[in-house]
Design a protein around this ligand. Structure first.
Ligand code: MLT
Ligand code: MN
Ligand code: ZN
Length: 295
C-alpha cells in the first residue's frame, strides 16, 4: 500500500485562521511547515486512489499532489472517499467534489445520516456519487485490490451535533477506525479516538503500519495555552502523553506508527521540542503534508 498524507493537521489546520498561538505564528512565518486539515490518500498501485476523510482543504490538497490530478478531460484517479466520522474536517471536502465525476462514498449508516440530514450535501449528486453503507466488521473493497473493514472506537457525535450533555467514549457507528489490507501488508487509520482500550490494542495488534490520533500532547493543552476550554478527551481525542496516553499504551505494538490529525497547539509540530523528541524516541513518526509511506 502507498499512503500520501494530504493533511496532517486536525480541524482548523495549521495555522488556524483565528489563532495566534506559538505554532500558528511560526507556521505563518514559515519557520515550521503549515499543514492542511485531516486527510490521507491510499492506493495499492499508485494509479487508483481512495481518500480517507475529505477535508475542507481538499481542493488544495489534490492540487498539491500530482497523483490525484485528472488524467484526461473530466476525470479523477479517486475511486472512493471513506469517512471515519461526521466532523466538519472529515466531510466538508465532499462539497468540493460535487462536479459530477463519479466516485463512491463509504461510511457507516450513522455517519451517512449526517450527510442525509444536511441538505447541502445533496449538491453531491447521489446518481454520480453512490453512498455505500458499511456495517461494522463488514469487509469491503475500498477500490480494486484494497480491502477494508470498519470497527468502532471510543468517540463522540460530531461537534456541531453535540447536545447539552456529551458522552465522549461512545462505542458505535459514529466514530470508526479502518483496517486496510492488500496481499502484502495491513494498516490501520484511526484519526479520532477518545480512549486506548484493551479491545483496541487487540484489534490493531496485527498492524504493519498504524496512523493514529495525535491531536493533543497533553489532555489540558488547549486550556493551558489559553486557546480553548476543553480537554483533549472532552473533544474525543486521547492525549499522546501521560499514563493512559497513546505513547505509553501503544508502546508494545510491533507496527510502524505515525501520528496524524495533529492540533495546531501540539508541541510535536516543532522540530526542536522535547515532546517531538520523545515521540521520535518511542519510534513514532510525525506526519506532515506530502509525507509518503509505503508498506
Ligand atoms: C475534532 O476532531 O475534534 C473536530 O474536527 C473538531 C471540529 O470539528 O473542529
Ligand atoms: Mn477532527
Ligand atoms: Zn494555534
Amino acid at each position: 500500500m502507498k499512503f500520501l498524507v494530504l493533511g496532517a493537521a486536525a480541524g482548523g489546520g495549521l495555522p488556524q485562521w483565528n489563532c495566534g498561538c506559538r505554532n500558528c505564528e511560526e507556521a505563518r512565518a514559515g519557520t515550521i511547515p503549515a499543514s492542511g486539515q485531516s486527510s490521507l490518500a491510499v492506493s495499492t498501485d499508485g494509479v487508483t486512489w481512495s481518500i480517507l476523510n475529505a477535508s475542507p482543504d481538499i481542493r488544495f490538497q489534490m492540487q498539491a499532489n500530482a497523483a490525484l490530478h485528472p488524467r484526461h478531460l473530466r476525470d479523477t484517479p479517486v475511486a472512493s472517499v471513506l469517512l471515519t466520522n461526521g466532523d466538519i474536517d472529515h466531510i466538508a471536502g465532499l462539497l468540493s467534489m460535487r462536479e459530477q465525476t463519479p466516485f463512491t462514498v463509504f461510511a457507516t449508516n450513522e455517519i451517512l445520516s449526517v450527510l442525509e440530514d444536511n441538505r447541502i450535501f445533496d449538491a453531491v449528486s447521489k446518481e454520480k456519487v453512490a453512498r455505500e453503507r458499511i456495517g461494522l466488521g463488514q469487509a469491503f473493497d475500498l477500490h480494486d485490490g484494497l480491502q477494508a473493514r470498519l470497527f468502532a472506537v471510543p468517540g463522540k457525535v460530531p461537534l456541531f451535533m453535540e447536545g447539552e450533555t456529551v458522552q465522549t467514549d461512545l462505542v458505535g457507528e459514529q466514530t470508526v477506525g479502518v483496517r486496510l489490507w492488500d496481499e502484502r501488508s495491513i494498516a490501520y487509520y484511526i484519526p479520532g479516538c477518545a480512549v486506548v482500550t484493551d479491545e483496541l490494542l487487540e484489534q490493531i495488534a496485527d498492524a504493519d503500519h498504524l496512523f493514529f490520533d495525535g491531536t493533543v500532547w497533553d489532555d489540558d493543552e488547549m486550556i493551558r495555552s489559553g486557546t480553548g476550554v476543553k480537554t483533549g478527551r472532552r473533544m474525543g481525542h486521547v492525549p499522546i502523553s501521560g499514563p493512559d496516553g497513546s505513547l505509553e499504551r501503544m508502546a508494545g505494538l510491533r507496527a510502524a506508527k505515525t501520528y496524524i490529525h495533529i492540533n495546531n497547539t501540539n508541541p510535536i509540530w516543532r522540530p526542536d521540542s522535547s515532546e517531538r523528541a520523545a515521540v521520535l524516541a518511542a519510534g513514532w513518526q510525525v506526519a506532515h503534508d506530502g509525507l509518503e509511506i509505503a508498506t
